[in-house]
Write a protein that binds this ligand. Structure first.
Ligand SMILES: [Ca+2]
Ligand SMILES: [Ca+2]
Ligand SMILES: [Ca+2]
Length: 438
């Protein structure tokens, strides 16, 4: 059992807004002699920083062997050697330890006190520190763990999305989304959060949390809330606060919805239990996406499971998603020659049958006119579009001996469409591609 005393923390914490060094000092002493009081002196380069400050266990009792106290050091000591000296007044007990202060880090230090003799209180080796000690208001957040004094009690909380100053970052709105730094499981709580948003698939909406993922490469991303304590709703937007920016949900990758209805919002996944939600978003281009974990009332403890799988852009189930209005970049260099045009119109001159190619897709949830341009692509290429059957015939094709190519397809019905950029006579290189719809 560990005790904590906050006297030094309160004395030294001034001016440490950027995340102080926290020295977590554990004191040990052999034998059964319990000193009535421990005095602590901190020294920096031999100059005393604080002299003779008492540390005690919770409830004001003497600090027992194995007990600890915390010292918060000012930022100005970053990188300096700090020596902690402990004595027990009235006894010969003494010990010291030296650490290098590293701003924003918690440093553990164990100091053994030697030379015990008369003057202590015999506790028979018992641990009397107990829980329920009192602390001064304050706290810190280091390495994803928030420590705070709440109602006189020390509480720790594992942060789902890292620290923000001296507390966990609270992802309760677009002002502070929780960063998803990579695939994995993110556990946190939305209890006490506001009702900031709602997804298109769930008319009943309560407290929610919002996350942010930034993709550096074209990737298929899955989100699910299996393991959450409440009936969740998940929805993903390209703009955090814009309810209209959910993406069409269908896609060609494994596990994705293939019928072109609905957008990236899910209440209850048919493959998960307990009202958990799941989204599979195929081949997203590099960029930032916001995923909300919503509830139907007060929220609670949730678990967001995230996978990120890069796509090759060289096969239909590995196609890259075109986002209306965005110019996206890719390449056919290093790709295989997997496709060729079915030879509609002028593309019969060179079907791309000797050139590497790249595959993209887009989804229409309503009938629209679509324009695709390869403006910015400089190698000779053809551009062709197919509907659901990736290996079928072209709906349209444009060959660009003088790039770029451009296609306009009128009144396309809802569905998944594949877009191919293919070289001419073996040409290959960097692609820029823009899709617009109206
Ligand atoms: Ca909500
Ligand atoms: Ca649900
Ligand atoms: Ca080809």
């Amino acid at each position: 059992m560990r005790a904590s005393a906050w006297h030094l923390a309160a004395l030294l914490a001034a001016g440490c807004d950027a995340g102080p060094t926290a020295l977590d000092v554990t004191v040990t002493f052999s034998g059964a002699a319990q000193p009535a009081r421990l005095a602590v002196t901190l020294r920096v380069d031999r100059a005393p920083l604080r002299m003779d400050v008492s540390v005690v266990a919770p409830d004001g009792r003497p600090l027992h062997s194995g007990g600890n106290f915390v010292v918060l050091l000012p930022d100005t000591l970053d990188g300096q050697k700090v020596t902690v000296q402990i004595t027990a007044p009235g006894t010969a007990l003494a010990g010291a330890g030296t650490v290098v202060a590293v701003r924003g880090r918690k440093v553990d230090l164990v100091i053994a006190l030697d030379g015990a003799r008369d003057g202590g209180v015999d506790l028979g080796g018992a641990d009397l520190a107990g829980d329920g000690g009192r602390c001064e208001p304050g706290g810190w957040c280091i390495e994803n763990v928030q420590t705070a004094c709440e109602a006189g009690q020390l509480r720790t909380r594992a942060c789902g999305f890292g620290c923000s100053g001296t507390t966990c970052l609270l992802p309760d709105g677009c002002g502070s989304p929780g960063d998803i730094r990579g695939p994995g499981t993110y556990r946190d709580s939305s209890l006490g959060f506001g009702n900031s948003a709602r997804g298109s698939c769930a008319p009943t909406s309560g407290a929610d949390a919002v996350t942010r993922i930034t993709l550096k490469d074209w990737s298929t991303v899955t989100f699910d809330t299996m393991g959450s304590a409440f009936d969740t709703v998940l929805f993903t937007r390209t703009e955090c606060a814009n309810a209209m920016s959910e993406l069409a949900l269908a896609g060609p990758c494994q596990g994705a919805l293939t019928t072109a209805v609905g957008t990236t919002c899910n209440d209850d996944s048919p493959t998960l239990m307990g009202g958990a939600s799941r989204l599979v978003v195929c081949g997203l281009p590099p960029g930032t996406y916001y995923t909300w974990i919503d509830s139907k009332s007060d929220g609670g403890t949730y678990q967001l499971n995230v996978t990120v799988t890069p796509v090759s852009l060289n096969a239909c189930d590995d196609a890259g998603r075109l986002l209306a209005g965005s110019t996206l970049e890719a390449t056919t260099s290093g790709h295989a020659n997997n496709y060729s045009s079915s030879g509609k119109a002028s593309c019969g001159l060179d079907a791309g049958s000797t050139s590497p190619d790249a595959v993209f897709y887009f989804v229409l949830t309503a009938t629209k006119d679509v324009t695709i341009s390869t403006k910015g692509t400089t190698f000779r290429h053809s551009l062709y579009v197919r509907s659901d059957a990736c290996g079928g015939t072209d709906l349209a094709c444009d060959i660009a001996i003088n790039p770029p190519a451009m296609l306009t397809l009128k009144k396309l019905t809802p569905g998944i469409y594949f877009v191919f950029v293919d070289g001419v006579a073996g040409d290959r290189g960097a692609i820029a591609i823009t899709m617009t719809e109206k």
